[in-house]
Design a protein around this ligand. Structure first.
Ligand code: FAD
Length: 461
């Protein structure tokens, strides 16, 4: 999606610090976005408090073996889909370390969690987190500059005894006032389900990849996987090792598609599902059908902000409205901000730059445009998306211009641009993933970029 070219004037770094505001800021979530935000807020002289409903830092990267009730959408075998050098924060390399759990370039999920825990340790962030606290409501006060944050002990959130002593009785709601709120609650928790005609009468089991953990329950079964992107592709291959048949349905494939994937005797790629029937069959647009035991929706997730009043932002067809540059609600800027909403991006560097922009805007070091100008920018973006036929649901998809967006943020913050090797390595890995989906994690040919990355990382040792 294109971004508009309007530039906010950023006062130079090092401008009169005494004139800068230092605010008490509520950060919702201690995943990668919340941790990066807290660090940038501290660097800018603010006082953040992080509310985290679980018992640890790392968000998505805390694997939960139970299928039910968990917040994380990780499956047991998950390895990153980006090389670690690309994935890490800009000034905290995600390099293999003596305490690494997996030194590979595309490591397993435990290694990402270790990295985020190390980030929190290095920048002293643990002390800012209130573990086991779930934010239930966030309201702006009439002056539009203060916020009331309500929270309660989260069920099974794993708060410590000290937390319990501080917060009193478990179920009681507490409330506090803050100068600003930064929402970092993630967007891979609330499943989006494909609409399949006839599925209500179809007798099999339906589930979402959110609840998928291990292949074993699918032994000898016939499984239809809806979606062939990262999760759909990985999970299909994971399950094919034990299932009788796996049939992947891909909306983007031509209608006649029906092919067995090379190297598998039981894994098929089809065009989209046309309908499901009461006799247990699932019919594909390519005209074939299978008797299936399970339909698994690997169809992505919805944005959800259950703690925000309805009039703060609206979410329609996956578009959050109105948001200036995917971060600020113009009417409430800068005291309400969202970090980490764009998708099809490299998340950690992007959230770092967004967080730095927000921290600077809150202190007054970085000037935002007026409310009207920001709204005009939002409308201009929508018009551009419409003109190129980009669906509304991809408003926050930055597949084609994440690096322009990163550069724009970097310029606002006075930060260096994202490194050239990182872009090239990302492009190379993306290409390789399409060409060699089976092997891209273990075979690569970007040795010259790897060398540049490792050289760059020396700066941060
Ligand atoms: P999250 O990690 O989801 O953190 C949000 C936090 O907010 C959670 O800890 C949650 O408990 C907390 N929270 C939510 N609501 C509340 C509330 N009301 N009160 C208090 N706390 C709350 N990215 C990559 O870079 N590389 C990959 O290979 C990769 N693979 C992925 C694979 C899968 C299956 C998924 C789902 C995502 C993957 N991602 C990957 C993207 C990943 O989501 C990001 O890397 C990153 O973890 C997003 O961080 P976040 O902080 O925005 O959200």
């Amino acid at each position: 999606a294109p971004t508009t070219t309007r530039r906010a004037a950023a006062p130079p770094l090092g401008s009169d610090r005494a004139a800068m505001r230092s605010l008490r800021v509520a950060v919702i979530g201690a995943g990668a976005a919340g941790l990066a935000t807290a660090r940038e807020l501290c660097r800018e002289g603010h006082a953040p408090v992080i509310f985290e409903r679980s018992g640890g830092v790392g968000g998505t990267w805390i694997y939960e073996p139970r299928e039910d009730g968990g917040h994380s959408s990780l499956y047991e075998s998950l390895r990153t889909n980006l090389p670690r050098e690309v994935m890490g924060f800009l000034d905290f390399p995600f390099a293999a370390a003596p305490d690494s759990l997996d030194t590979r370039r595309f490591p397993r999920h435990e290694e990402v969690l270790r990295y985020l825990q190390e980030f929190a340790r290095r920048f002293d962030l643990h002390g800012l987190v209130r573990f086991g606290t779930e934010v239930t409501a966030v309201d702006v006060l009439q002056d539009r500059h203060h916020w009331r944050v309500r929270w309660r002990k989260a069920a099974g959130g794993g708060g410590t005894d000290a937390d319990a002593a501080r917060t009193g009785e478990d179920e009681e709601e507490q409330e506090e006032s803050y100068d600003a709120v930064v929402v970092c609650n993630g967007h891979y928790t609330e499943p989006r389900i494909a609409d399949i005609p006839g599925v209500d009468a179809w007798p099999g089991k339906q589930m979402h990849s959110h609840s998928y953990r291990v292949p074993d329950p699918f032994r000898d079964q016939v499984v239809v996987i809806i979606g062939a992107k990262n999760s759909g592709g990985d999970i299909s291959r994971d399950i094919a090792g034990v299932a009788r048949e796996v049939h992947m349905a891909n909306r983007a494939s031509p209608a006649a598609t029906c092919e067995r994937l090379p190297g598998y005797h039981n894994l098929w790629l089809h065009s989209m599902v046309e309908r499901a029937d009461a006799d247990g069959s699932v019919v594909f647009r390519d005209g074939t059908s299978v008797r299936a035991d399970v339909i698994m929706h690997c169809t992505g997730y919805k944005y959800s902000f259950p703690f925000l009043a309805g009039e703060t932002v609206s979410v329609h067809d996956n578009r959050i409205h109105p948001l200036y540059k995917h971060v600020f609600v113009p009417r409430l800027a800068p005291s309400l901000a969202f970090i980490g909403l764009p998708f099809k991006v490299i998340p950690f560097p992007l959230v770092q730059l967004q967080a730095s922009w927000v921290a600077g805007a809150l202190s007054g070091r970085i000037q935002l445009p007026s409310e009207e100008e920001m709204m005009e920018d939002v409308r201009a973006l929508y018009s551009q998306l419409e003109a190129i036929g980009w669906p509304v649901r991809y408003t926050h998809c930055l597949k084609h211009d994440q690096f322009d967006y990163d550069d724009w943020l970097a310029e606002q913050c006075g930060h260096a641009k994202v490194e050239g090797w990182r872009r090239q390595m990302y492009d190379a890995a993306s290409k390789k993933k399409v060409e060699c989906p089976e092997t891209y994690r273990d075979e690569w040919d970007d040795h010259h970029l790897l060398e540049q990355a490792n050289q760059d990382f020396q700066k941060y040792h």
